[in-house]
Design a protein around this ligand. Structure first.
Ligand SMILES: Nc1ncnc2c1ncn2[C@@H]1O[C@H](COP(=O)(O)OP(=O)(O)O)[C@@H](O)[C@H]1O
Ligand SMILES: [Mg+2]
Length: 425
């Protein structure tokens, strides 16, 4: 069978790689793909825009594609699933309406509030003066969030009310029409990616990522500088609680609103002393969490995704996982998450993989048969192991083989899961 993957990140390379491990998958086509998917055997890039729904549908129908997997939130929020389903295609990814769970923080918060799903207390504002008046009486720290897709740049955790006011002003000034002001909670963050067909819900292994650019989790927020799975913080008992208090009620609330949600429901949680609370939902696979989760998946990926798309997830046996753990370290271009250069030649990927790691390309491109950088987060070195110490050692040994001008990566990915059990720190 042929599968189409929409997107061009490390997540999409990991999806294509995982799918192609099965003989039954004859070909994966990535739209538009990257330098990694271009050089993966059995995989091919098609240079269409992710919002060219008509072009994507035409290609998928002519090529007899069995499944379309949508990676990024943007085409989902623009309604790619509705369009392709209407054309008769099988799609993994929620409808435009369902994607609001990520595309509108206000919509998601209201859904959680009415369904009794734990989430920090909040207020919604549609004009600056009301938001400022509210902040006059509020207590810092406090969190300011843009309503609408902001590519990871819409949230300020404000230490002071002055900072919160500036954040609110900036958001309205930058054209956002709605702002959420939210209670600040503390704890460790975890990412729970769950498969759902709109009725059943099956969580994947719990993951944690490192969002900040600097070591020790300092500096600016990024798309994610590394991840690992399974996160030991999420014990079986905690996972059960997350399913019961968060995942199932959310899928039920969506269904009660007439939303047929088939895809990934990704809960960004804070594990507070009182228990898990939802900071946000995403409507797609997380990046880089997916790169750490998929290498551990034993059940064929296409069977799971097809079961979601065809509304028969309930009938599948429990998801099987390989033993061990996985760690993913992101290499970024110098200057990221600010401005950075593109077009730097990348070397050493083969040597890195000879050490047992897998390199998933992200912001890369194949130019005159050479792999060059083409984005802020350039590639993901992923390694598995029996222990986190082992996986981390393999990932960093492999990273040592890779070079490009201005390459930057954090040296402390996974520090939370090794510092308590070894003397590595
Ligand atoms: N209520 C909150 N309390 C404390 N920290 C928060 C809160 N909401 C968000 N954050 C922090 O801000 C980050 C980004 O917020 P999130 O809602 O995930 O937005 P996005 O991923 O769309 O930028 C979170 O990963 C977390 O570190
Ligand atoms: Mg987030």
């Amino acid at each position: 069978m042929k599968v189409l993957v929409v997107g061009n990140g490390g997540r999409e390379h990991a999806l294509a790689w995982k799918l192609l491990q099965r003989e039954r998958i004859r070909q994966v086509i990535c739209i538009p793909g990257n330098g990694g998917t271009a050089t993966t055997k059995g995989c091919q890039n098609l240079p269409l825009r992710v919002d060219d729904f008509e072009g994507i549908a035409r290609f998928a129908l002519v090529q007899n594609v069995s499944l379309v997997i949508v990676g990024p939130e943007l085409p989902l929020s623009l309604g790619i699933t509705d369009y392709l389903q209407h054309e008769g295609l099988t799609v993994f990814g929620p409808s435009k309406e369902g994607s609001q769970i990520e595309a509108s923080k206000c919509w998601a918060k209201t859904l959680m509030q009415s369904a009794g799903i734990p989430t920090p207390g909040f207020e919604v504002f549609t004009n600056l003066s009301a938001a400022i008046a509210y902040l006059e009486t509020a207590v810092a720290p406090i969190v300011v969030k843009a309503d609408g897709l902001a590519a990871g740049k819409g949230v300020t955790v404000a230490a002071t009310l002055e900072e919160a006011k500036t954040a609110v002003e900036t958001l309205f000034h930058n054209g956002f029409s709605t702002v959420v002001i939210e209670e600040c909670v503390t704890g460790q963050e975890v990412s729970i990616l769950a498969l759902t067909d709109g009725v059943s819900v099956r969580p994947l292994l719990p993951a944690q990522d490192h969002k900040r650019i600097g070591e020790g989790d300092t500096g600016e927020n990024t798309g994610g500088m590394g991840a690992y799975a399974p996160a030991p913080l999420v014990t079986p008992a905690l996972m059960e609680r997350i399913e019961k208090e968060i995942l199932k009620p959310t899928v039920n609330a969506l269904r009660q609103r007439g939303i047929d949600y088939r895809g990934i429901l990704y809960a960004g949680l804070m594990i507070t002393p009182q228990g898990p609370t939802v900071l946000e939902f995403n409507c797609r696979f997380g990046d880089p969490e997916t790169q750490a989760i998929l290498p551990l998946l034993e059940t064929p990926l296409e069977e799971l995704l097809l079961a979601c798309s065809q509304k028969r997830l309930e009938q599948l046996p429990e998801i099987a996982w390989k033993p061990g753990v996985a760690v993913c370290v992101v290499a970024a271009a110098q200057g990221y998450p600010g401005t950075y250069q593109k077009g730097q030649v990348i070397t050493g990927i083969e040597q890195a993989e000879e050490l047992g790691a897998k390199v998933f390309c992200a912001g890369t491109q194949l130019k005159q048969q050479q792999l060059v950088t083409n984005g802020g987060r350039v590639l993901n070195v992923t390694a598995t192991g029996e222990t986190f110490e082992e996986a981390i050692a393999t990932a960093y040994a492999a990273m040592d083989c890779i070079q490009f001008e201005g390459m930057y990566y954090r040296k402390d990915i996974g520090h939370r899961v090794v510092s308590t059990t070894s003397s590595l720190d």
